[in-house]
Design a protein around this ligand. Structure first.
Ligand code: ATP
Length: 504
């Protein structure tokens, strides 16, 4: 009798037809009559590279097929762990969904194989990884970039829903980017196939499917005996779409709180606000997606379906039929100031920042417009003090400067209030440049150290005007606005520190 494990994994083999056991002696059909199956792949066919990510019961590894040199992302699942955590159902569902989807905006399942301990899923490689770190990196997307990516997500949802599949965990972490920066939606562990699954939409009490910030209100209110109707289930993905569009433009998801419970309360009360600068048409779109009644959500069958959603004025000009052939807009750090988009001269290529201008050119451009008043404030920030002088300055700082408590005994070289922007949100912070070097920022109202801009050889500072300057680090651009208008001086000080630290 076959073991439990064997039965489970027989079900998981590629395609729905039963696979022939290698040891079988059964007579082979005439080769001319059978469709030739490519030989089953095995672990030794691949060179395994870096780990791309880890799930709760899997690891995804970059792999190159030795004969074809084709690159894949291979998801490796440990059988024992899967059984121990009772995840077989989710793995099978993921495999079933991936097999059905055939669209450029989804990760593709090319093959599966297994050995004694593991299952292997050969997926298309999304070389640029998840969308979320790019939102963090640039703070938020401008309108044009948001329009492009929202349109791709909508086309993907339209395809998926037409096959009766609901994702149920749509979020920026599950939207990957391929080498050409187009989306590849992944993670179908929580998905539902409506026709095939008699338990459609059942939601267990005290639990929910998905991720708190993107979960729709109907999934929070449905109790053990209720069923979310099929059309309403699809609408849960449309709610998540609304939350994602908000996040792309604002930089943070609409429903935020310290705990999941508090997030759910806000979702149920539709308690969210649009920050200043949120574009009008996008606001209207989000308001039509984040609707408590799933049947009143733009894009649902009852509201005219996808044609109505695609016709929303926010998407004016989108070439829906050819979007997958277009070059996505380059991701550029930018911020909004007084209703105007201020773009960086740099653009993002993975996590390296490339630039069409050299840094000194940008400085030159601004220096020539610099007022006499600005020039008189120029000073040298890098200190060449003797140890006695430094000790004297430090003891004075300890006595007189209330920010001393945050700087770990380092001498403060420059400080001042700035507005630190993240997406469309801004916070007033005391910025402290110290020896080390360090760039600390403190909440001046509550006198709490909020963080530090990480220094590295690749840090770049960019002045945009007298008030606005950007500090680019590998994982994030910091958008800083000096209300007093000494942005250039901040740039000079940081730049001097860079030279002193890395070129001395
Ligand atoms: P969980 O299993 O807990 O739901 P998960 O869905 O994030 O987590 P995986 O599907 O195993 O787990 O993926 C783990 C990570 O691997 C992803 O977050 C992603 O960063 C990376 N990854 C997954 N698939 C690919 C792919 N096709 N190309 C590139 N990276 C991928």
């Amino acid at each position: 009798m076959p073991s439990m494990l064997t039965l489970v994994f027989r079900k998981l083999k590629v395609g729905s037809k039963p696979q022939k056991e290698e040891s079988s002696m059964a007579p082979q059909p005439d080769a001319s009559q059978q469709r030739v199956q490519p030989p089953k792949k095995q672990r030794s066919d691949f060179e395994f590279g870096k780990i791309l990510g880890e799930g709760s019961y899997s690891e995804v590894v970059q792999a190159t097929e030795k004969t074809t040199r084709k690159e894949y992302a291979i998801k490796v699942l440990l059988k024992r762990q899967m059984i121990r955590e009772n995840k077989q159902k989710y793995v099978m569902r993921e495999r079933d969904v991936l097999t059905r989807l055939n669209h450029p905006f989804f990760v593709k399942l090319y093959f599966t194989f297994q050995d004694k301990d593991r299952l292997y899923f050969g997926l298309s490689l999304a070389k640029r990884g998840e969308l979320l770190p790019y939102i963090h990196k640039v703070g938020s997307f401008d309108e044009c970039t948001t329009r492009f990516y929202s349109a791709e997500i909508i086309l993907a949802l339209e395809h998926m829903h037409s096959l009766g599949i609901i994702h149920r965990d749509l979020k920026p972490e599950n939207i990957l980017l391929n080498e050409d920066w187009h989306i590849q939606i992944t993670d179908f562990g929580s998905a539902k196939i409506l026709e095939a699954d008699s338990s459609d939409g059942i939601v267990r009490a005290n639990s929910f499917v998905g991720t708190a910030q993107y979960v729709s209100p109907e999934l929070l209110t449905t109790n053990r005996t209720e069923r979310v109707e099929k059309s309403a289930s699809k609408c849960s993905d449309l709610w998540a779409l609304g939350a994602i569009i908000y996040q792309l433009l604002a930089g943070l998801p609409p429903f935020r709180a310290g705990t999941e419970y508090l997030i759910f309360q806000k979702i149920l009360k539709l308690e969210y606000v649009f920050p200043d600068g949120f574009p009008e048409k996008a606001r209207d779109l989000v308001q039509k997606l984040l609707v408590i009644d799933p049947k009143k959500r733009l894009g649902c069958d009852e509201c005219g379906g996808y044609p109505k959603l695609k016709a929303h004025p926010f998407f004016q000009g989108v070439d829906w039929d050819n979007i997958h052939k277009q070059t996505p807009p380059a991701l550029k750090p930018f911020t909004m100031l007084d209703g105007e988009e201020i773009h960086s001269d740099y653009y993002v290529d993975d996590f390296n920042i490339l630039t069409p201008n050299s840094l000194s050119d940008v400085f030159e451009k601004i220096n020539t417009n610099e007022t006499e008043n600005e020039k008189t404030h120029s000073k040298k920030y890098v200190l060449d003090h003797s140890s006695e002088e430094r000790a004297h300055l430090l003891s004075k700082q300890e006595k007189d400067v209330k920010w001393h408590q945050f700087v770990e005994g380092n001498l403060i070289l420059k400080m001042g209030l700035v507005d630190k922007r993240k997406g469309l949100f801004a916070r007033r912070r005391q910025l402290l440049l110290t020896e080390g070097p360090h760039l600390y920022y403190v909440d001046p109202e509550n006198m709490v150290l909020k963080g530090e801009i990480p220094w590295s050889r690749t840090l770049k500072v960019e002045a945009k005007n007298f008030k606005t300057f950007f500090v680019h680090t590998p994982n994030r651009t910091y958008y800083l606005i000096d209300p007093e208008g000494y942005a250039l001086e901040w740039c000079r000080a940081i730049d001097e520190m860079m030279h002193y630290t890395y070129q001395a």
